[in-house]
Design a protein around this ligand. Structure first.
Ligand code: MSP
Length: 656
C-alpha cells in the first residue's frame, strides 16, 4: 500500500490453448480496471502474456513437425489477435520464452540454490500429464486428478525442491495481518484453511530433461529444466525489471492486483508468496480470484461442444457489447452463466432498448429541432432532480465499484441512470414541447437528457470505449473530452453550450431473440443428453469395476488369441456417431475391424498405430459393416485409450 501507481496482471495463458471466453474475461476485466485507473490519473501498468513451456507444447510441436519455439510463435498470434480485437490496452505482453524472462528465472534459481533454499532430493508422487502437476495420494479424488479428473500415473525421480515448508507460518501470519491480500473473502478463508490443515510440503521445481526438455534449464544442473510454476509465476516480476531495472521495478512492484481464476488459487496464494518471501521481495497487494463462466449451467468443455469462442460473439454483436456483458453479468468471485440467449436478452434490454434508444432519441431531436446545437445549461428543478440524482449516484457507485471490485453493481447503477433518462424523456415529452413551440422548455429537457448521456457514457467508457467514444462525439464533445475526465462525471452541466452535435447511426442494433430461444433449447437438450450419457457410462464403469471378476483357468486364457496389428486406414462408419472402420495389417494378412471409438479418436490419429486385437473372435456385422475381430482398449469413466505397445514390434506378433 502507499504506492501511487497501479499495476495489474492477468494469468499468462497457456500458449497452446485456443482462447475462449474464460481467457477473454480476465483480460477484459484487467483492461476495464486499467482504463479506470488511467482515467483517475494514476500511472498504470497492465501486463498480460503467455505461458509457453511444458510438456503439452513439446508434444504439440512434435505432432506438427516443428520446433517448440516455432509452435509457440505460431500459436501466440491467436492471443495477440484476440486482444487487438477486444480493444485491450495492455502495456506489455510477456512470453516465458523471451530472454528477458528466462535470464531472471535462472538468476532467481541460482540465488535460492546458493542460499540452500533449493536442494536436490527425490520426488515421488502422482502425476497428471494434462495438468502437468504432481499430486500426493491424499490430493487425489477417486484415484484421479483432483482438477481434471483424469487418471494419474505414479512417478518417482530425482529432482530439485524449493523449501516452501519453511514459510508456512510466516505466510499464515502475513495473510492474517492483511485481510485484503486474498480476495474475495471465500478465497481468503480457503487459503488459510489449506495452510492450517497440516504441514506444508516443499515444492518440486524441476523436471529431468529426459522427460521434458522444453523449459528453462536449471543454471546449476544442465540435466534439468524448471517446472511450470517456478517459471510462470516469475513473469509478474521479470516483466517489470526485477534484477534488471531497479527504477522500473520499484515504480510498479508490488502489483496492485493479480487477477486469476479460482482454479489457480493455491499456486498464487501459497506458492507465489512463499517464493517471494524466499527472494526477499514484498508480496503483491491483492490476489483476486474470480469465478468461472459456465454455459447453460455446465462447465465449458470440448466434449460438451459448448466452448464459447469470443471471436464469434464479437463478429455478431460487436466488441463493446461483449465487453459490457462480461463485466455486467458476473459478480466478481462467483460463477456466472453465459449463453447467447442470456447475452442477447441483456443486450437488447440494456444496450439497444435503454442506452441506444435514449441516445438516438436525444441526438435526433436536438438535430431536428435545435439545428444540432447544444442548448444552454439547464436549471435544477423538481422535474429533473431525480435524473440528476441518479446520474450523480451512478458516478459515486462506479468509483466505489472499482475500489471494491464490484463492477457488476456499479454498471447496474449506471443502467438505472440511463433508464431514468428514458423515463424523464417520456414524462417531459419533448416532441410535444416542440409542437407547441415551447422552445426554452424543449432546450432544458434536451440538455438534461444530454447531460445524462454525457455522464453515463463516461462511466461506461472503460467497458465500451468504442461505442461510448462514438456517442460522446455525437454529443458534440471535443476530441479532448471524448476520453472522460473522471472529475467531470460527478458534476452536472458540463457540456459546452453551442457545440455542434455529430452523427449517430444506430448505436446498438436490436437482436431478434426468436431463433436464439430455439437454439438455446436445443443446446440444453444436447447438454442434458451428453451429461446423461456420461453419467450412464460412469455408472456402467463403476458397476463393471465392482463386479468381482470370475476366476478362469489358463486353458481358458489360452483360447483367446491376441495379436498386434498396424492401423493402415481408418474412417467413420456412415450414420454412426460411435463407430470407426479400421483397416489393419497383421503380418501378411489384412483385416477390417469396426470399433466404437469414434468419440475418442479421429480416424487420422489412428493410422500408423500398432494396437492389440482379439484375432480369433467370430466375425460380426455392426451397422451393416463386417468386423473381423475386436481391438483392446482401456476405459475409465468417459475416457478411453487403446492398448498399444511400448516399443516397436512387427504387426501380427502374438500377444500372450
Ligand atoms: N498458465 C497458467 C497460468 C499461469 S499464471 C502465472 C494457466 N493458464 S490457462 O490458460 O489455463 O488459464 C488461464 C486462466 O483462464 C485461469 O485464470 C483460469 O481460471 C481461466 N479460465 C479458464 N476457463 C475459465 C472459465 N470457463 N471461466 C473463467 N475463467 C476461466 O492456468
Amino acid at each position: 500500500m502507499g504506492k501511487d501507481t497501479f499495476y495489474i496482471t492477468t494469468p499468462i495463458y497457456y500458449v497452446n490453448d485456443k482462447p475462449h471466453i474464460g481467457h477473454a474475461y480476465t483480460t477484459i476485466l484487467a483492461d476495464v480496471l486499467a482504463r479506470y485507473h488511467r482515467l483517475l490519473g494514476e500511472p498504470t501498468h497492465f501486463l498480460t502474456g503467455t505461458d509457453e513451456h511444458g510438456q503439452k507444447v513439446q508434444q504439440a510441436a512434435k505432432k506438427n513437425g516443428v520446433t517448440p519455439q516455432e509452435h509457440c510463435d505460431a500459436t501466440v498470434v491467436r492471443f495477440l489477435e484476440l486482444w487487438k480485437r477486444l480493444d485491450i490496452t495492455n502495456d506489455d505482453f510477456i512470453r516465458t520464452t523471451e530472454p528477458r524472462h528466462k535470464t531472471i528465472v535462472q538468476a532467481i534459481l541460482q540465488d535460492l540454490y546458493d542460499r540452500g533454499l533449493i536442494y536436490q532430493g527425490s520426488y515421488k508422487g502422482w502425476y497428471c500429464v494434462p495438468c502437468e502437476r504432481f499430486f500426493t495420494e491424499k490430493d487425489l479424488v477417486d484415484g484421479c486428478c483432483p482438477d481434471c479428473h483424469r487418471p494419474v500415473e505414479e512417478l518417482e525421480e530425482r529432482s530439485y525442491s524449493f523449501r516452501m515448508s519453511q514459510y508456512q507460518q510466516q505466510l499464515i501470519d502475513y495473510i492474517e495481518a492483511h485481510p485484503g491480500f486474498i480476495m474475495p473473502e471465500t478465497r481468503y478463508n480457503e487459503t488459510l484453511g489449506f495452510l492450517r490443515k497440516g504441514p506444508l510440503g516443499d515444492l518440486c521445481i524441476s523436471r529431468p530433461k529426459s522427460r521434458l526438455n522444453w523449459g528453462i534449464e536449471l543454471p546449476f544442473d544442465k540435466d534439468y529444466v524448471t517446472y511450470v510454476w517456478f517459471d510462470a509465476l516469475v513473469n509478474y516480476i521479470s516483466a517489470v525489471g526485477y534484477r534488471a531495472n531497479d527504477a522500473e521495478f520499484s515504480k510498479w512492484w508490488p502489483a496492485s492486483y493479480h487477477l486469476i481464476g479460482k482454479d489457480i488459487l493455491t499456486t498464487h496464494s501459497v506458492y507465489w508468496p512463499t517464493m517471494l518471501m524466499a527472494m526477499g521481495v514484498p508480496l503483491p497487494e491483492t490476489i483476486f480470484a474470480h469465478g468461472w463462466w459456465l454455459v447453460g449451467g455446465a462447465k465449458m468443455s470440448k466434449s460438451l461442444h459448448n466452448v464459447i469462442n469470443p471471436m464469434d460473439m464479437i463478429d455478431t454483436y460487436g466488441v463493446d457489447a461483449f465487453r459490457y456483458y462480461l463485466m455486467a453479468a458476473m459478480s466478481l468471485g462467483q460463477d456466472a452463466d453465459f449463453t447467447e440467449l442470456l447475452f442477447a436478452t441483456r443486450y437488447n434490454a440494456d444496450l439497444a432498448n435503454s442506452l441506444g434508444n435514449l441516445a438516438s432519441r436525444v441526438v435526433t431531436m436536438v438535430t431536428k429541432n435545435l439545428d444540432g446545437i447544444t442548448p444552454p445549461a439547464a436549471v435544477a428543478n423538481e422535474q429533473n432532480q431525480e435524473l440528476m440524482d441518479k446520474c450523480l449516484k451512478a458516478a459515486a457507485a462506479m468509483s466505489k465499484a472499482v475500489r471494491t471490485m464490484t463492477l457488476d453493481l456499479g454498471l447496474a447503477t449506471v443502467m438505472e441512470a440511463v433508464r431514468e433518462g428514458n423515463r424523464y424523456f417520456d414524462q417531459m415529452a419533448p416532441w410535444k414541447l416542440a409542437k407547441e413551440g415551447r422552445i426554452d422548455d424543449l432546450k432544458q429537457v434536451l440538455r438534461n437528457a444530454m447531460e445524462c448521456l454525457r455522464i453515463t457514457s463516461g462511466l461506461l467508457y472503460p467497458a465500451m470505449p468504442g461505442k461510448m467514444g462514438l456517442l460522446r462525439r455525437a454529443l458534440g464533445m471535443s476530441e479532448e473530452q471524448v476520453v472522460p475526465h473522471i472529475e467531470t462525471l460527478s458534476v452536472w452541466n458540463q457540456l459546452e453550450e453551442g457545440a455542434k452535435l455529430g452523427e449517430l447511426g444506430i448505436l446498438f442494433q436490436k437482436v431478434d431473440l426468436k431463433p436464439l430461444v430455439e437454439a438455446d433449447k436445443k443446446m440444453r437438450e444436447e447438454a442434458d443428453r451428453l451429461e446423461a450419457a456420461a453419467k450412464k457410462a460412469a455408472e456402467a464403469e463403476m458397476a463393471r469395476q465392482e463386479t468381482p471378476c470370475e476366476l478362469i483357468t489358463i486353458d481358458q486364457v489360452q483360447k483367446v488369441c491376441l495379436k498386434t496389428a498396424e492401423v493402415i486406414a481408418a474412417e467413420a462408419v456412415p450414420k454412426s456417431k460411435k463407430l470407426l472402420r479400421l483397416q489393419l495389417r497383421l503380418g501378411e494378412e489384412t483385416r477390417q475391424i469396426v470399433s466404437g471409438i469414434a468419440e475418442h479418436y479421429k480416424p487420422e490419429e489412428l493410422v500408423g498405430k500398432t494396437i492389440v486385437v482379439v484375432y480369433n473372435l467370430k466375425p460380426a456385422t455392426l451397422c451393416g459393416v463386417e468386423s473381423q475381430g475386436m481391438l483392446l482398449a482401456a476405459s475409465a469413466g468417459t475416457e478411453l485409450r487403446l492398448v498399444t505397445l511400448d516399443g516397436p514390434l512387427p504387426s501380427g506378433a502374438v500377444v500372450g
